[in-house]
Structures are given as C-alpha cells and as structure tokens.
Design a binder for this molecule. Sequence first.
Ligand code: SAH
Ligand code: SF4
Length: 413
Amino acid sequence: MTRSLYDLDAGQLAALVAEAGEPPYRARQLTHWLDTRRQPDPRAMTNLPRGLRARLSERFAGAGLTLDRHQVGDDGWTHKLLFRLPGGDAVEAVLMFYKRGGLRPPRSPRDPTVAGEEDWEGGPGGRATVCISTQAGCAMGCTFCATGQFGFTRHLSVGEVVEQVARVSTMLPALRPGPGAPDHLTNVVFMGMGEPFANQEATWGAAHRLHQRFGLSARAITISTVGLVPGIRRAAAEPLRVNLAVSIHAADDATRDRLVPVNRTWPIAELLDAVGGYVAATRRRVSFEYALMAGVNDDLEQARRLGRLLAPLRVPGSGGHAAHVNLIPYNPTPGTGYAPPSKAAVRRFRDAVAASGVPVSVRANRGVGIDAACGQLRTAAGRPGRTVLPMAEGQGTGTGARAADPAERGARR
Ligand code: SAH
Ligand code: SF4
C-alpha cells in the first residue's frame, strides 16, 4: 500500500500517468503540484484533467495525512499539529517561527554563550523551522519523554515524513504571525516523535527527497539521534551532509543509563567515538542536546564532566570546537516524575560548560502551554477532557491554547 503520494519517485509517478493513458507532460504537472506547490491532494491539482484527478484520488484513497488537531502557542510563533496517518495512528509536527535577528543570545566578547554560525535561532532572514516525526511512538523508552513512555507503534514511510513538510509548507503563509516572520519554510529538523536512526530508510529517503525535490540545502536539515552508533556511522558516510544533533542528556553512564536506556547498548565512550568519526569524516560541528532536569542531571559535576568529555572534539584542520551544547530546560511531562531546573541552576550549568571552552547556548522553552514537548500532544489527544481544538486547515491563528505565562514564551520546545 502506498501511504503517501510522496512515497513515489519520479519513475513511479511517470508510470502512474502512463497507466492512466495520459501524455508524459502530465507527470511533470503532477510533480509540480507535489514538489513546488507541495500539494498532496489530487483533487486540488486543478490543471490535471478531471478523469486523472478522480483516478488518482480513488487509487490513493486513504493515503496521506489528515490534520486532526492544531494548537497555537507563543502568540502565534509556535504551531503544533497532529496528523492522523493511514491506519489511524497519529504523529506530531511543530512549526516554529523565529524573528529576523531575534531570539539570539547577546553577542559580546565576554559572553561565552554565543552560539556561532550554527545557532539556529533567528538570524538575519528569520527562520521558519518545522520539527517532524519519523515514527509513530518510539521504542527507545527514554524515561523523561512522552513519546518514549507511549511505546512504539510503527515506522513512517519516506512519503509520510516528506508529506509532513509539504503540509506545513502549504499552511505556513496563513499561520505567519507577522511581517517579522519568514513567508516560507527555511529549516527542517528531525526532532519530532521517534528515533530517526531506528528508521534509517525513511529518514535518509526523506532527507534526500527534501533536498532534491523541495530544494532544501543539506545545511537546512538537522537529524537528531538519541545516540544510535550505527546510525551515526552511516551519517559519516552519507554524501548528503545534513546537521547532526546528539541527545546526550548526561555526562556519566550511570545517569545516562537511567534517562536513556539505549546507553546500555552504546555507552558514552562508544557514542563519542562514533561522533569523533563523524567529525573526522565530515569536518562538521555536532550539536549535543541536553535536557536539564532538576536534581537529576543539572549539577555542577555533570556540567564539568560534560565539558571535559566534549572539549577534545575538534574540527580537523581548523582545530575549532566540534561540539556545541544546547541546554533545554525540561518541558514538564506528566507522569514522568521529572521537573524543570531553576533558572539559577541553568545559568550555573551553562557557565560551567562554557568554562571548558565548549560553546553552549540555552534554548528557552517553546510552546510550554501547548504540550509542545515531544509526544505530548498525541498523549493529550488520547486523553478525554482536554481542550485541544480540532481545527480546519488554513485557519491558523488565534484559538488554540497559549502559553499561560509570558515569561515562558521564548524559543523552541
Ligand atoms: N529521538 C530523537 C529525536 C526526537 S526527540 C532524539 O531523542 O534525539 C527530540 C529532542 O527532544 C531530544 O533531544 C529529546 O531528548 C528532547 N525531549 C523529549 N522530551 C522532552 C521534554 N519533555 N523536555 C525537553 N526535551 C525533551
Ligand atoms: Fe525516542 Fe527521542 Fe523520546 Fe528517546 S527522546 S524516547 S529516542 S523520541
């Protein structure tokens, strides 16, 4: 069964058109709808003959994603979307707008938190980043993560991953919070539900398709992994040089074992060995994601250890630091027992990492009021009595849940 029209490559689209007895230029029109207009619904492809449209929609009835819920947070700068998949499960995608030049930490020679050119928040043109899912659920079982607690349902296909980007791209102009926000999608991060390197075929298939067919540069694509070493080794050998983010979350094996069970298979030393190989092969910097949880991994000793672990990672040739630490204050997830750190603890931790010379930045929480942490919307949607509003596509702004406290509105997750 084809799950999405985006599962079909150029040859398969051409065959589909030929089967319907249509001339080859119809395949180019179909491709234009899918890739340039990013429209996966055959019924909306108005320059295709009525018969072909009907044939395609009949043939692919039940395929594709259906928008089920839409929540708006951060005054319209964050949109969380729940898409239902063929077969009934659901995945989340989050669209985050960043103002031109905004949301960057202040730059000063004495500010050790300056993120450098790979800081993905703001920038001169602003950004519109979509965070997409690669699996319904996740089998990795991280103890702090809503998706991990839900368990694994199934892998997404290449087309289902790509279609999330297409659907969000077409909705974007209507969701734009103001003229300070970009009018098109600029970045894609594989940081939604699921572990991308546990579904390599769909992850790399989608990354290539986004690059070749949607024209996204490799540097506009980031894949985040919990630390699956074979996946990191493959990334080192991939010709498409996307950004790599590694969710490290702890600097010693005992703590990481508790948070990230897969650490028992690939402990920190092996993980860093694979990342070292990736850096050597690609000369690219790597982001290390670190979700700070009060009393669990936010103490000074962890920060210093993290600095000691990551400081030796250097870009060959330039000798500059290859690691960049992204601190994410924990986004509270009911039932996990973990809590966000205090602001003072975040600052202390950041300063201790910075003292090791490793670049570090703090990602302020995004969408706290709309369950924007990984897996939270799907969890909430499954719970009766929640005020999560179903919403028609294109009616973007205004009515969803909002971050209750303006101080909580900031960047990302
Ligand atoms: N499976 C991949 C990508 C998806 S998770 C991975 O783990 O890297 C994306 C990021 O969100 C990971 O760094 C994950 O650890 C983090 N995350 C999940 N739940 C969170 C929460 N409640 N608060 C803060 N970060 C969270
Ligand atoms: Fe899976 Fe990532 Fe959540 Fe861990 S943090 S359970 S790997 S989605």
